[in-house]
Design a protein around this ligand. Structure first.
Ligand SMILES: Cc1cc2nc3c(=O)[nH]c(=O)nc-3n(C[C@H](O)[C@H](O)[C@H](O)COP(=O)(O)OP(=O)(O)OC[C@H]3O[C@@H](n4cnc5c(N)ncnc54)[C@H](O)[C@@H]3O)c2cc1C
Length: 412
């Protein structure tokens, strides 16, 4: 019977351990924390958005780095198959807006419980408070692992599922990168993704607490639009956050900040010409009212004040005194307001870590390293990351599934 050691009891490790055991292996799951699935508990605001029931093409469009690496994994464990498994293991799910699937109970802990039941049923040895220090090799192939306690465990295959470096309190402390580096395995520099953007501009911070709905946020490098989406964003005490800002940050990760710009279209439903017509109509209808009343009709009050300041418009003058130049500046700023960005929040606060095990050195069908035989990888430790919507957890489950299958029954 093949001995398989799985390092890390997060989403990827849980699925890898279950699948390897189903494949007939003698599996030991090693988790450094005091319980399994610590990060799962905080996903989806405690509700755990387990996957997204979209087509494989749509799925890959939501993967920011290395979507093509996932062809085989998504084929072998598509979203429907994951939900079927969870259902059979006692965690029925519901599908909500945007194809997002959640446990029917709305409790993330039920996902972990379902895996725990399955691990028990399969006789997997689960060792908590077991922190792995190194992956051991002999003649270029894996022969086991050594724990921080000094204990050595022999294994025919090792599945590395240690996650990234975000939210380290959940156990993802970056140990996997060090273990890979020690084996001479290529690791792409970890970077923060799905993370709020920091701005030093006083007007941005001054808008703290303001949420904008139905705006378009674009990330542009030179003339190339890297990301552009309609949705919701939020001004905070340090910059901008909310779904649009988080998604943009994933495309920004690793790029030279000085070459990139974040632009807001505050009126995406109107072209510049239509907006001009609207302002002219407002001015004609304003009579003796002030410019301020026009601006407050266009934007939320605090944003109206900021727009007046950025466009150099005196809000106290009568509406019909608004000059053509001022109107043109207003239209230009409304359609492409530059939000100065000086960086991102620290990586520990990122929803996911971009970077990690270089996928060029990993077989996409088996998740086995091309550099170290018998070493498999799954989940966030890989250089694959996606937008919000259940994609990141599904990547962990699907790659864990492939790794578990191949580790138990290698093709050789
Ligand atoms: C706040 C938040 C909300 C999120 N919400 C969602 C969501 O709703 N949907 C979604 O798809 N994605 C979500 N994500 C992302 C998703 O949770 C992760 O991408 C996914 O959980 C990664 O799983 P993983 O198993 O690869 O890594 P992890 O969950 O990080 O698991 C790694 C495990 O390895 C263990 N470990 C590390 N080093 C060692 C060692 N040396 N020895 C032994 N064990 C070790 C750790 O303790 C940990 O348990 C969210 C992330 C965050 C931070």
């Amino acid at each position: 019977m093949r001995a398989v050691a799985v390092i890390g009891g997060g989403a990827a490790g849980l699925m890898a351990a279950v699948t390897a055991a189903e494949g007939g292996a003698n599996v030991t799951l090693l988790e450094q924390g005091e319980k399994l699935g610590k990060k799962i508990y905080i996903t989806g605001k405690g509700r755990c958005n387990v996957t997204n029931l979209c087509t494989p093409e749509e799925f890959r469009k939501n993967v920011v780095r290395n979507p093509r690496f996932l062809y085989s994994a998504l084929d072998r464990l598509p979203p429907e198959a994951l939900l079927e498994k969870l259902h059979v293991w006692g965690c029925p799910t519901v599908v909500e807006r945007g194809n997002r699937a959640f446990p029917e109970s709305q409790k993330a802990s039920d996902v972990t419980r379902a895996f725990e039941r399955r691990l028990r049923a399969l006789g997997v040895t689960v060792r908590l408070n077991a922190r792995v220090r190194s992956i051991d090799t002999r003649d270029g192939r894996v022969c086991g692992v050594t724990l921080h306690s000094g204990e050595v465990l022999a294994a025919d295959a090792v599945i590395l599922c240690t996650g990234g470096v975000s939210y380290p309190a959940t156990g993802s402390t970056g140990d996997g990168y060090a273990m890979l580096a020690a084996l001479g395995h290529s690791v792409v520099q970890p970077k923060a993704a799905l993370i709020p953007l920091v701005s030093d501009a006083a007007w941005v911070r001054g808008l703290m607490g303001l949420t904008l709905k139905n705006v378009t946020l674009s990330l542009v490098r030179g003339k190339k639009v890297l990301y552009s989406e309609l949705g919701e964003m939020l001004f905070t005490h340090f910059g901008i956050s909310g779904p649009l800002a988080l998604s943009a940050s994933s495309y920004l990760a690793g790029l030279p900040l000085a070459e990139c710009r974040v632009l807001l279209d505050l009126k995406p439903g109107l072209s510049a010409e239509q907006l001009t017509v609207r302002i002219l109509r407002d001015v004609a209808a304003a009579g003796k009212k002030r410019v301020q009343s026009i601006l407050r009709g266009l934007y939320p009050e605090r944003l109206a004040d900021v727009m007046a300041e950025l466009c150099g418009i005196d809000q106290s003058k009568e509406a019909n005194a608004l000059t053509r130049e001022e109107r043109e500046r207003l239209v230009a700023q409304t359609k492409a307001l530059v939000v100065p960005v000086s960086g991102t929040e620290r990586i520990a606060a990122a929803v996911v870590t971009a970077g990690g095990a270089d996928v060029r050195a990993v077989s996409p069908a088996s998740m086995e390293s091309k550099q170290v035989r018998g070493l498999y990888m799954a989940g966030e430790v890989l250089d694959v990351d996606a937008l919000t919507g259940g994609f990141n957890l599904h990547i962990a489950f699907a790659t864990g599934y492939c790794a578990g299958q191949s580790a138990a029954n290698p093709a050789e």
